[in-house]
Design a protein around this ligand. Structure first.
Ligand code: AMP
Ligand code: MG
Length: 428
């Protein structure tokens, strides 16, 4: 008897492998969006809107700033009358404070002491900063020729004009957007409701921290870590989470868990059990109760991925390996959840970096290797590998600050070659 080899995850030339971009396109093509249905919107006070998606365009009712004001502490004068050379005597006729305007006009050789944010007095259009003024007495200053007319002044409406659409439906609300809304006097806005996401992990080998924290593991057992990475990744996205625990590798428990999850959530996420092994009950049960495709992705880590629907709920069956869970989550689930919340799609930021380490790779799949990037003394972005890249090595995710994304056609990388990196963190 001879063994006829079946395609496997060891075989990058398997013709059935689905490219990452193709999988993303198929997912995006069928996702429902909360933005399209006004019944899925709610009006909330600003402080409850962080991380939500705006469900309406916001038109400014006012100019921001609403009055022309000083950008510096100094002296307000008429720019046209500034000396073109030498120095000129000015009489200081009063003070303008932020919130306490100077009432009255100014003439050619008069100045008003002015503080940052104070309204520009009538007849003035320029602020000479106090560092450029010689104070002769409380009512007399000398001003030189080094200030350009119009300098150090913020014009009314220079940030936002009344009637302008400032934020658009579908925009994600971060700290800057909350501040922007507040600056317009807008205290409540319509946003899409929170997405409900239920998740569970599968595996007879898993021990839950709920009962086994600090205890020793028996032979063949391991602590369930995927439920904690899923908790973290989902919480960061601001969705409402429902943790359904560990589900054992048998058809009854798996069926029960799916029914419960799909009845209450918009999205169901599982880890493990989506390969072709005998204990992979997710694959079997979902064929029975859902409309789901099982893909062999042309990526590493993270080859098996299930995607489809169970009733009205969208389903993602992620692989079991801890790094594969995180990589498939960030590449597929996160953009999908954002799109369901109604957020306009934002491509993940990528940079080009010079790779300092040799990286092993065979052509055929997109690889997401964990890297540590930094900027060297010459200003070049460089990246080093975190070391061994097994899909079970969660420690590689903890020390990494980026993914090194190697496209399907790429083979091994020599030190000095340029690679694409996806940083883990954005600033705002
Ligand atoms: P599976 O896809 O169920 O065959 O799992 C693939 C690998 O991931 C196995 O080595 C599992 O033990 C491991 N694994 C599955 N689920 C978890 C989990 N929740 N936490 C940590 N490791 C897991
Ligand atoms: Mg399993």
């Amino acid at each position: 008897m001879t063994i006829e080899k079946q395609p496997s995850c060891e075989d990058p030339s398997d013709p059935d492998l689905l490219p990452v971009a193709e999988a993303l396109a198929r997912i995006e093509g069928v996702l429902p969006s909360l933005l399209d249905d006004v019944n899925q919107h709610e009006v909330l006070a600003l402080q409850r809107c962080l991380g939500r998606v705006l469900a309406e365009d916001i038109t400014s009712p006012i100019d921001v700033p609403s009055y022309t004001n000083s950008a510096m502490d100094g002296y307000a004068v008429a720019g046209a009358n500034l000396p073109s050379s030498g120095e000129k005597d000015y009489q200081v006729i009063g003070t303008a404070w932020a919130g306490r305007p100077f009432n009255g006009g100014t003439s050619e050789s008069e100045a008003v002491r002015i503080m940052t944010g104070a309204m520009m007095p009538d007849g003035t259009d320029t602020v000479v900063i106090q560092e450029h003024v010689a104070v002769v007495s409380e009512t007399q200053v000398l001003i030189g020729s080094d200030t350009v007319a119009g300098k150090n002044v913020r014009q009314a409406g220079e940030d936002v004009q009344a009637g302008q659409v400032v934020l658009h439906k579908g925009e994600w609300l971060g700290p800057a957007q909350l501040g922007q809304l507040a600056s317009l006097g807008v205290d409540r806005v319509a946003v899409t409701r929170q997405l409900k996401v239920a998740y569970f992990t599968t595996g007879d080998e898993l021990k839950s921290l709920d009962q086994h924290a600090g205890k020793t593991l028996g032979p063949g057992e391991l602590f369930d870590s995927n439920r904690y990475t899923l908790f973290g990744m989902l919480s960061r996205l601001g969705v409402e989470i429902q943790d359904l625990g560990i589900v054992r590798d048998n058809p009854e428990d798996t069926r029960e868990a799916f029914k419960k999850a799909a009845a209450s959530a918009d999205v169901v996420i599982t880890s493990g059990g989506v390969s072709a092994g005998e204990a992979d009950y997710v694959t079997r049960i979902i064929h029975e109760i859902g409309d789901v495709a099982f893909w062999k992705l042309a990526m590493r880590p993270g080859r098996p991925l299930a995607f489809g629907k169970i009733g009205d709920a969208v389903f993602f069956g992620l692989p079991g390996n801890p790094v594969a869970v995180m990589v498939t989550f960030y590449e597929f689930v996160q953009p999908a959840l954002r799109s369901m919340m109604g957020a306009s799609l934002v491509q993940a930021t990528t940079l080009t970096a010079q790779c300092q380490s040799p990286l092993r790779k065979s052509p055929g799949r997109t690889e997401y290797q964990r890297g540590i990037m930094e900027i060297d003394s010459s200003g070049q972005v460089i990246v080093n590998t975190t070391g061994k890249q097994g899909a079970g090595r969660l420690s590689s995710m903890c020390v990494a600050n980026c993914m090194i994304v190697l496209p399907p056609g790429q083979d091994s990388i020599e030190p000095g070659e340029m690679v694409e990196v996806q940083p883990f963190f954005g600033l705002v």
